[in-house]
Design a binder for this molecule. Structure first.
Ligand code: SF4
Ligand code: SF4
Length: 159
């Protein structure tokens, strides 16, 4: 037990950055129209790297194929990401067509609405999304930027 705690403490010390100790769910819910979403959207490539390496991301797609003879059907599940336009495609188009809406969906789900769904945060603090982001987006910085200004409590809006 002591050695497990030692490993956790070493990993924490090696991170080198911290998430602000505030109620992230409330902070994000109150800032759905914060200008920082536009700022991060201008940098985000929507490459989906962060979701591919995150240990708690689970979004997937299901594809079915049939053979020409009609006696064989295959159903495949494959990794997908909320950063792709097609992931939220419903009748008539994508629900989240912009970078802004997709990044916001990812971060507000990960840090906020996971609490409503699962009673815990969707982030374990591993930092892999930061390491693998090709443009250096750091979710702890994004949270800090929102904390730095009051932000207008916003209404959810997809754009
Ligand atoms: S890894 Fe970075 S650039 Fe790629 S989707 Fe995630 S935040 Fe955007
Ligand atoms: S730091 Fe959080 S959001 Fe980023 S990869 Fe790790 S668990 Fe996922």
């Amino acid at each position: 037990m002591a050695s497990a705690e030692h490993v956790v403490a070493s990993a924490r010390a090696a991170m080198g950055r911290e998430m602000p100790e505030v109620d992230l769910r409330d902070l994000l819910a109150a800032n759905l129209e914060h200008p920082r979403w536009d700022d991060v959207a201008a940098r985000c490539l929507t490459c989906s790297n962060c979701t591919m390496v995150c240990p708690t991301c689970f979004c997937h797609a299901v594809e079915e194929t049939t053979g020409l003879t009609g006696d064989r059907v295959e159903r495949w599940r494959s990794w997908d990401s909320c950063f792709t336009v097609d992931f939220s495609h419903l009748h008539g188009g994508s629900v989240r067509p912009s970078n802004r809406s997709r990044y916001r969906q990812w971060m507000t789900h990960k840090l906020g609405t996971w609490w409503d769904q699962f009673g815990t945060s969707g982030c374990v603090g591993c930092g892999r999304c930061i390491t693998w982001c090709p443009v250096g987006i750091d979710l702890t910085e994004e949270v800090r930027a929102m904390l730095g200004s009051d932000g207008d409590p916003g209404r959810e809006e997809h754009r």
